[in-house]
Design a protein. Sequence first.
Length: 368
Amino acid sequence: MRGFSAVLRKEALQMGRDKGTLRFALAVPVFQLVLFGLIDTNVSHVPTTVFDQSRTAESRALIRDFENTSYFDVKRFVGSREALRAEIVSGRASVGIEVPPDFARKRLDQRPADFLVLIDGSDSTVSSQTLAAANGVALFKSLDEMRRRTGGTDMPLQVFPRLLFNPDSRTANLLIPGLVAILLTFSGTLLATFSIVREKERGTLEQLMVTPVSPVAVVLGKLLPYLALGFVQLLMILALMTTVFRVPIHGSVPLLLALSIVYLFALLSLGLLISSWSNTQMEGIQIAQMFLLPSIMLSGYIFPLASLPAPLRVLAKVLPATHFIAMSRGIIIRGAGLRDLWPNVAALLVIATVLVAGSTRAFRKTIS
């Protein structure tokens, strides 16, 4: 570990003088957290167009049942099926309701009365939730009428669902704990990548080759300042998460911070490994993107891991973000402890160890 303190001091001073890097490291994650933290994936007030051929009290009551939910917002009425479809094709409406002319007569005769609901399927999130809401409106209305016809008061089966950990279904409670991992992934990997590539571009890497500093000392000396910077980023993100977005941490904060340090070390080692393969910062960014995009798409942040094909699930298991997102959501949302999270903790420790060893070996080859 000869020369470790000298490399550490040099890297810390260089990082402190680089105001652009500090602004990037501290301001960008905060901006992204505020930007993405305001996203609400709960579907509501979907623009709806109605083609009512019945024009009766029964059809108007049906439309009111849709409007009384938070999902459907009736914007206009049209006079033909072609116009109804045109509203959806143009994007002015995401849902179209067509009531047939014999709707009221069937209702009065106590026969099944059907109606058509057209849903724009180009957005799977909106279409799946509006489909469930439309089925719910019809089911509730049917059950209510059956009770009135039979004179019954209670349903034969009653379910009492209870939503744990996020009873209000707040999107922020789901997105932000995972967003912590994504923000640290971007900033940690890129900062470590630039640290070595910058030395190559300036020609100062050759100076390290003629010094008695060991490769391990160089690696640790270069990583630790950025580890400290990443830890400051983490504290800022957690502070904003709990104060601005009101997302409470139900689990152990010391455990979350300790696991975050392991995760940061894995990311910085990956960035150092990428930098050993790059000669310019642009090359480093391009190589880093090959890792960053899968970290978003395959880590369970956007899509559940269970929905991925088997080969992609295997790939997801080797991504550090997959395990840290599971741990951060477990600690922040569910209040999970180390005993509950040990498979992810063990996997992250193994990945971090492999990345540290690989980056040290690659850097040793670069120097030699």
